[in-house]
Structure formats: C-alpha cells, structure tokens
Design a protein around this ligand. Sequence first.
Ligand code: PLP
Ligand code: COI
Length: 341
Amino acid sequence: MEKKSMDWENIGFSYIETDKRYVANYKDGKWDDGALIDDANITMNECAGVLQYAQTIFEGMKAYTTEDGRIVTFRPDLNAARMADSAKRLEMPVFPEERFVEAVVETVKANEAYVPPYGSGATLYIRPYMFGINPVIGVKPADEYQFRVFTTPVGPYFKGGAKPITICVSDFDRAAPHGTGHIKAGLNYAMSLHAIMTAHANGFDENMYLDSATRTKVEETGGANFIFVTKDNKIVTPHSDTILPSITRRSIMYVAEHYLGLEVEERDVYFDEVKDFAECGLCGTAAVISPVGKVVDHGKEICFPSGMEKMGPTTQKLYETLTGIQMGQIDAPEGWIKEIK
Ligand code: PLP
Ligand code: COI
C-alpha cells in the first residue's frame, strides 16, 4: 500500500479529504447495512432536523501507525459507548456499538494511504457522527438518521505542538447543570464559537470554562479536559457532571496510577486552588496532552512553575507513556488497542 505523499510533519489540524467514508441510514425504525462510498458531500432536505434544530452528535478518535508498522486505534469501544449515550440524550437511535467499531475499522482500512507514518507527529483523525436527516418543522426528533465516519490526517491541535499555551477564564458558559455538557453534541460546540473567537481576539489560545452554577469550579476547555499536577506530584482532574467524560483523561488517570505509581484524584477543583498547582495540561484526542503555561483571569495571571518553554516533567512522563501505549512502544492494558492492520 503506497502512502500518499504529504508533508506529514507540517500538516495542521484541518480537513483534508480522504478517499472513502462509511454511511448507514436509519429509516422505518432500523439501520440499513451501511457501505463505504466515495462522495464526501451530503444532499438533504432544506428542513432536515440537523439543519433546523441541530440534532447531531459526533465522536473523535485517531488511528496510529505503530513503531513496527501496524495500524491501530485506541479504545474505540469507549467512543462507541459514549456515542450511544449522546444519541439517547438527543432522542436519536443508537448505532449498535459493535457496528460502530466495525465501521471505524473499515473506514480506516479504506484510507490506509492517509494514515501518517510512525514518528511523523501526525495521525489519522477519525470522525464518526450522526444526524437527523428528514424534514422536521415542529420541535421534535427526526424519524430518519444518517450515521457516517470520515477520516482526515491531522497534526497538532495547537500551533506550536508541545509548546505551552495561554488560556483565559471565559465569561461565557459552556454547559448548564442538567444540560448537555456531558455528551458530544454539535450544539455544545456551536455555542462555544463566540467564546473561542473572543479568546483568540484577546490573544489567548483557549478558554477555561468554570461551572455555570457557581463560577467557582474548573470545568474544561472547548475541546479538552484538564489535568493538574500538585507540587507533591499528585494528578488531579475535575469531577463534574457537565463536562465530557474524556477517554484520554480516563486513560491518563489509569496510566498515572498503574504505570507511573502516582496518586490520582478526581474531585471538585476550585479555581482558587489553580494558582497552587505545579503543572497544568489539556487532554483529549485532538489535544493529546497539551501543556498550559499560563491562565489569565481578567488580567490576573497564574503562571505555572513549569513555564512557557516546555512541558512540566510529570506532564512529559504522562505524555510519553500515553503516546507510547498508543504507538505500540509500551504494552497496553488489556483491550485498549484495536488492531486495524
Ligand atoms: N472535552 C471536550 C469538550 C471535547 O470536545 C473533547 C474531545 O473529544 C474532550 C473533552 C476529550 O475527550 P476525548 O479524550 O475522549 O477525546
Ligand atoms: C477531539 O478531541 O476529538 C475533539 O472532538 C475535540 C475537537 C475540539 C476537535
């Protein structure tokens, strides 16, 4: 299989069309067999549920080339389960979890030429998604849905790769108590667009959202969960019902405890204690582990001792262990790696 010729080291996080995508349709109460197709465009009615009332959910995952040349994905069963949770919350039919994993495997196989080589710093991003496609004008769920998977090769989510970023405390809220913050619905991202443009216009890379009920607790960013390292080297991550349960974060907490022997805590993290942490990072499929050097709260700066030049030492160890597992240099816990080829 000949790889596409691309400047793998320098691709950013943007859409590059690949050859094949998977499509399955839900109609009359059942999913059809699904197939790989060539056309990257979708035609739908002007009144489709997704266009009028944003009935759409998605997942994000990656395929990696390992050191010994295999192609693998990371914990796709957890993405399948999370997508099922998202579907239920938006009154959509669940795409069966085993079929989700099969569709991902098929789509990656069909786009093997676009899986970036080992060591390039790039990976193949996989985007499963589902949306209401039939006309809906009264506010209600659609009756027909489309589930799709496309892939696109990507580099680092934040420009500068592993260089620490600066984030600001947002004046906007991302999620409400009892709302949809815990699922991966397009609507959560639509409402974050003004907040991210505002952050960028003010010179920041991302937003730190606080809990909207009390504005005292750290939640997450627009596209990643937080991990903090205390001065005595404990790993702390916010517990909240209104953040996305990041698969990367859950994996990091396991790796910290079981591979690195660190103490871990998932608990309320008050904004007031952020100044006392030694290191801070954002974690997610796209973000991997992106170090945060500085948090700015309306002009007041919190500068982590790890600085603005490189990752802190514990963040670095977590990063190396996690990516080592994903790229096959370190043995993975049972069931974490799904071999594609
Ligand atoms: N939080 C939000 C809002 C996200 O969009 C993402 C990305 O998927 C994450 C956290 C990280 O989740 P995961 O590690 O499962 O990719
Ligand atoms: C992911 O990490 O997969 C996401 O969906 C985050 C998004 C901001 C790209």
